[in-house]
Design a protein around this ligand. Structure first.
Ligand code: ZN
Length: 196
């Protein structure tokens, strides 16, 4: 799946399971961060178009560097440290990380039919290459349904609880967004202008 879908899935889980802004950010980021190994995508495309010799940083590193148990351990330990030992945050950060891998296995087939296997045991072993014969394309309708569903759920939660993913970037922007959302879509139990 594409990073925005991973982000929204992880945010919904973070929103439902953790209590603080910091912990929501940790659980959400853990579910997106495996895709930093896709950093080579724009470089590779640009080089392929403009140079004779392509720089295959996306083809060679995506799903290799960060979609594995070694990086999962690093992210889990980082979540433990940054949440100051909150076991719930640690658990759900580990969960969203692995849910990311699961979603890639079921719904990230490339346009060329390549399945982008997940070499889960790296860096210990290259023996496991997770794939699924029923995997659908990256731009297939189930991914769109999941993405749109999680986006709608994110809006509903923001209206209900008074915060949105924008809190990770700016409290002011988050407050303005929730306030506008509640004006357009007032809660039944309180005035539209009130943010809890
Ligand atoms: Zn991924």
């Amino acid at each position: 799946m594409i990073p925005p879908t991973h982000f929204l899935i992880s945010w919904v889980i973070a929103d439902a399971t953790t209590k603080t802004r910091r912990d929501r950010a940790l659980v959400t980021l853990a579910g997106v961060i495996p895709d930093i190994d896709g950093f080579g995508y724009p470089i590779e495309n640009w080089i392929t178009i403009n140079w004779d010799t392509p720089l295959l940083w996306h083809s060679e590193y995506h799903h290799i560097l960060c979609h594995n148990v070694g990086f999962a351990a690093f992210v889990t330990v980082a979540a433990t440290c940054l949440s100051k030992g909150n076991w719930k945050t640690t658990f759900f950060a580990c969960l969203t990380f692995h849910l990311h891998l699961f979603c890639d296995v079921i719904g990230s087939r490339g346009a060329d039919g390549y399945q982008w296997p997940v070499p889960y045991l790296l860096p210990i072993s290259n023996a496991w290459q997770w794939t699924w014969s029923g995997q659908w394309d990256l731009n297939a309708w189930p991914n769109r349904v999941i993405g749109i569903g999680c986006f709608a759920l994110t809006l509903w939660l923001a209206r209900l609880r008074g915060f949105s993913p924008l809190e990770m970037f700016s409290s002011k922007a988050d407050r303005a967004f929730v306030s506008t959302l509640r004006k357009w879509w007032p809660r039944r139990d309180s005035p539209a202008s009130v943010i809890s």
